[in-house]
Design a binder for this molecule. Sequence first.
Ligand code: AAO
Length: 519
Amino acid sequence: MFSRMFSEVQSVVPSSMGFCWGQYNPHTLSKRTSIVHLFEWRWADIALECERYLAPNGFGGVQISPPNENVIVTDPKQPWWERYQPVSYKLCTRSGNETEFRDMVTRCNNVGVYIYVDAVINHMCGANAGAGDHATCGSYFNAKTEDFPAVPYSGWDFNDGKCKSRSGDIENYHDISQVRDCRLVSLLDLALGKDYVRSKVAEYMNHLIDIGVAGFRIDAAKHMWPGDVKAILDKLKDLNTAWFPEGTKPFIYQEVIDLGGEPITGSEYFGNGRVTEFKYGAKLGTVIRKWNGEKMAYLKNWGEGWGFVPSDRALVFVDNHDNQRGHGAGGSAILTFWDARLYKMAVGFMLAHPYGFTRVMSSFHWPRYFVDGKDINDWVGPPSNSDGSIKPVTINEDTTCGNDWVCEHRWRQIKNMVIFRNVVDGEPFSNWWDNGSNQVAFGRGNKGFIIFNNDDWNMSVYLQTGLPAGTYCDVISGQKEDNKCTGKQVYVSSDGKANFQINTDAEDPFIAIHVDAKL
Ligand code: AAO
């Protein structure tokens, strides 16, 4: 079974074939149009997941947590965010060591699921991280003297002289120089203007490229000058030719939080690669929650029409590891697995809609506990044993995950919409319909159709789907298995029209059909 999958993969041409090999292209295989963020997963589990689940279900790749050595924070005990405090570029973290990392990249690449590294290159650890060897590979460091001998970096390699804020931290997001030259939440800010620092960062990234990764999420890109990021990217090698065609540049997506209202915009970074479009999840959450008078009918011109960056520059997501727990930006409108019913609609909408390159979130449970509107457990790290090691992702009989891993990407509705997106890839946005309120539908050419009822009343409509006549299996309430449908069936007549009925109390108030789920 594995060897068959492998040979199939080898014969598939990357989706990027035929147009540019640039840093905007994720290099996912053809008909693999989304990636999943396996937040805090161990490398060993990701390798297994690529083989047993992601490749067979058409996922294009995985965003992994930062793989480089980080500070071990003890108060609070090993929060998830300690991984955003680098100590060196050695590849050992709670997710695994370099051997395990290499094994993951090789095995995922071999089944055509590519690895995208969360690259924390703006800074090292926090100024108050102390001194010693309390780091994930045991490297010595001294935050006070800015000494990181395992790189090595010393005081000369940080922006202290350049920062003009009183505290040395970013105090004002309206001051562009502060945002880029001062410390983000006290994290020691690397002097990326220096060629030495650029070279050390590039050396780290090139090491990962040699191992076989396909691209990078550039953490905190807003806090780096676009020209400094470019200078680093200019030093990067092309991707490893064991898996990628010669001359393939790494896929780059930069974390720039631009909700409007600040002087730094995402567009300043287009020259380097894509940017994270944070307006996407913030707005979609507001619409699906029906806050601020928003309605799904307004989604008719979703995308650039809503003031988002151009589709081919956007990396989009409903929630990310920050804003699902109140960090970062987007606020309480952000939908997450905690609001599962609305969340599935939002992810379904995202995956059906042609805008942007899509990233699915996959989380762990934590004991969320609000005090005065703030989750006091927003720091809690991944499921772990008493010795601090991360718990493996176990798989239940029903294909869901155990050990407190949420695995949204394995929820039938979400997994099937990842497949939907692959099936309709390249097809135009078509046959939009709305009732002026929160009942909307649209198609993707003659390949797929999706319809939502987010109103408080039942819906029964007869609509043009654009699909060939036939009986289709709804991939939300069920799926096609052995040419049988485990969910609702939709009958499309010869003129392309079909009846849809969605009651307001439906478990999932949406229906999606596509040509690969025709019975
Ligand atoms: C931890 C502790 C800190 C401590 C520090 C050092 O929490 O108290 O000082 O260690 O000891 C993560 C965690 C941090 C953690 C850090 C290091 O989230 O809590 O600090 O690891 O361990 C900004 C950045 C953005 C960043 C985001 C969290 O621009 O780059 O903050 N995200 C990435 C990662 C993230 C990581 C880091 C960066 C650092 O994804 O996981 O931090 O490597 C405004 C700005 C945004 C800004 C937010 C939050 O947003 O626009 O740029 O994001 O504020 O500060 C409305 C506005 C919106 C605004 C938002 C929030 O929505 O419209 O513009 O409100 O005010």
